[in-house]
Design a protein around this ligand. Structure first.
Ligand SMILES: [Zn+2]
Length: 83
């Protein structure tokens, strides 16, 4: 098993693709919460879809504490909603 990614490595997964508008799915605080979810539930995180960052209603993640914390942050965070 590989060592855990750093926060910077984790966020680098969302580096903008040249010519495409592909921002990070959350503000810096939200990204920390998202990484906590990814670290705690890597098998679930693999199945995350772009629309999960819009609606936060993926049944597969319902009840996962780290996801619920991330989703409730994004839904109430002004910075995340500006993205
Ligand atoms: Zn936020």
């Amino acid at each position: 098993m590989e060592a855990e990614m750093t926060q910077a490595e984790f966020e680098s997964q969302w580096q903008p693709i040249p010519g495409e508008d592909f921002p990070l799915p959350a503000c810096p605080k939200g990204m920390v919460l998202l990484k906590a979810f990814a670290d705690a539930h890597p098998d679930s995180f693999k199945f995350i879809r772009p629309e999960d960052f819009v609606h936060f209603e993926n049944d597969a993640f319902a009840g996962i504490e780290e996801w619920d914390v991330f989703a409730s942050h994004c839904l109430s965070c002004h910075a995340c909603n500006e993205l």
